[in-house]
Design a protein around this ligand. Sequence first.
Ligand SMILES: [Fe+2]
Ligand SMILES: [Fe+2]
Length: 135
Amino acid sequence: MPFISWDESMSVGVAEFDNHHQKLVALVNKLFDAMKAGKAKEVLGDILKELMEYTKYHFEAEERLMREYAYPGFVTHRAEHEKLVQEVSTLYQKFQAGDIFLSLDTMNFLKEWLAKHILQSDMVYKPFFNQKGIR
Ligand SMILES: [Fe+2]
Ligand SMILES: [Fe+2]
């Protein structure tokens, strides 16, 4: 069983973003599996970095579409993205500096960090974009 799974209940109704979310879920699982397998610090650091970079890429894509369609919740949503990027960057920096190790707590934090944003914040744009004809 994967650590975190994407299913239809997580669909935000925009195919491109569902794909991005699936990739983010896959990266959290990849990190979890690598941690469990006791992989070297460099390997874990690389996956964490990939997660951080893909997160930025995905957030930029969402923000671009929101700006294009003048999404009313844009400012709040962007602020949440900034906070999440800050959190994952801090985690990465602390990990690289040897201040923290990856633990189940860290992994649970990342799982919540991702799932909560998709289910509670991204989900809010679903009817908005769908109404604009974006699927
Ligand atoms: Fe978002
Ligand atoms: Fe998202």
